[in-house]
Design a protein around this ligand. Structure first.
Ligand code: UT7
Length: 319
């Protein structure tokens, strides 16, 4: 037993507008067959033009509060992992704080692209274990549709919008977040990036990706980091109840599952319905599997992600 960050509730929000691969066929030279075979994606949710990242994050936060049966007054801090903030500043997290009517505590963003939620979990866990806060709302929220080049078939079929999150509470427990493992290597900063930014073009730019290389490194680094988690805890893969991976590509997910010798029925996949929602993908997958009853209290969950930077990481959680 010790002071641990226990997940008290999970939440998610997906925009109403569903865009299928067939819809994208009308826009770029692609096919449902290509997108599904190469990525596993069938459809994705795309935010309305006036729907911002903080609006989606706020809806996910309310869902998580309701699941945890908690009130915003009990929350000490909000962390939002996002790459697509409402504004360059202030942080999306303070927009969420305002929308939730919270005038106490503090709120800030974490930016690690697709690994953002794992990074945010790690930051929140550190704050809880040090006794700085008791209850934290940790959100991943993205409007990737607003940084896509909708004429670039190599990226516009992949990314999508949504938000998810968890409420972590500091409790004496032998469960909760057992460990987090973060990595980055800036040598790869030009393999997946936006061609703009506040201090360069004074605009956001759009996503550019060397897909094949990103794929190759994702498989390698994710295999390494899941090994690191197992070794750290002296665990065999059979001890895991669930893999909740970042949802970028079903073939990357299958490669990690294979490495862990896990059958795909112990892997939560939402990529077919959600596409790649970057920092929102893990909490959305977690929300899906908790709410449909697959993930139960006491289950051991391994979650992992890899994205632009490159950044990658994993967390081992006893739900
Ligand atoms: O979440 C952050 C991390 N991001 C990722 O994890 C993404 C990692 N990468 C991937 O998931 C895959 O590399 C992609 C799905 C992006 C691409 O799959 P691939 O099997 O690596 O395909 P490729 O890039 O090697 O392209 C194969 C062919 C190319 O044509 P040629 O050069 O062989 O004639 C592409 O031009 O497929 C073509 N292509 C398309 N065709 C139809 C690329 N995009 C499309 C498309 N529709 N949308």
């Amino acid at each position: 037993m010790g002071l641990r960050s226990v997940i008290k509730g999970v939440g998610g929000y997906l925009p109403q507008n569903v865009v299928t691969n067939a819809d994208l066929e009308k826009r770029v030279d692609t096919s449902d067959e290509w997108v599904f075979q190469r990525t596993g994606i069938k459809q994705r949710h795309i935010a309305a033009e006036n729907e911002t990242t903080s609006m989606m994050a706020t809806k996910a936060a309310l869902d998580a509060l309701s699941h945890a049966k908690m009130d915003i007054n009990q929350i000490d801090a909000i962390i939002v992992a996002t790459t697509t903030p409402d504004r360059t500043f202030p942080a999306t997290a303070v927009h969420v704080q305002a929308a939730l009517g919270m005038a106490h505590g503090f709120a800030f963003d974490v930016q690690a692209v697709c690994s953002g939620f794992v990074y945010a979990l790690s930051v929140a866990d550190g704050m809880i274990r040090s006794g700085q806060v008791k209850n934290i709302l940790v959100l991943g929220a993205e409007k990737m549709s607003s940084i896509l080049d909708w004429d670039d078939r190599t990226t516009c079929v992949l990314f999508a919008d949504g938000a998810g999150g968890v409420i972590l509470s500091g409790e004496e427990s032998d469960g909760g977040i057992l460990s987090t493992h973060l990595h980055s290597n800036g040598e790869f900063k030009d393999m997946l990036y936006t061609d703009g930014g506040a201090s360069t073009t004074a605009s956001t730019g759009v996503i550019k990706m060397q897909g094949r290389d990103v794929f190759k490194y994702a498989v390698t680094y994710l295999a390494e980091v899941v090994d690191e988690v197992l070794t750290h805890h002296n665990l065999q893969p059979e001890a895991l109840d669930w893999l909740v991976p970042h949802q970028a590509n079903i073939r990357i997910i299958e490669a990690t599952a294979k490495k862990l010798e896990m059958s795909m029925d112990k892997v939560v996949t939402t990529v077919q319905d959600h596409g790649n929602t970057s920092a929102a993908s893990i909490p959305l997958a977690l929300n899906t599997a908790v709410k449909d009853g697959r993930i139960k209290r006491g289950d051991l969950i391994l979650t992992e992600a890899m994205g632009g930077g490159f950044t990658w990481g994993a967390a081992l959680i006893r739900y």
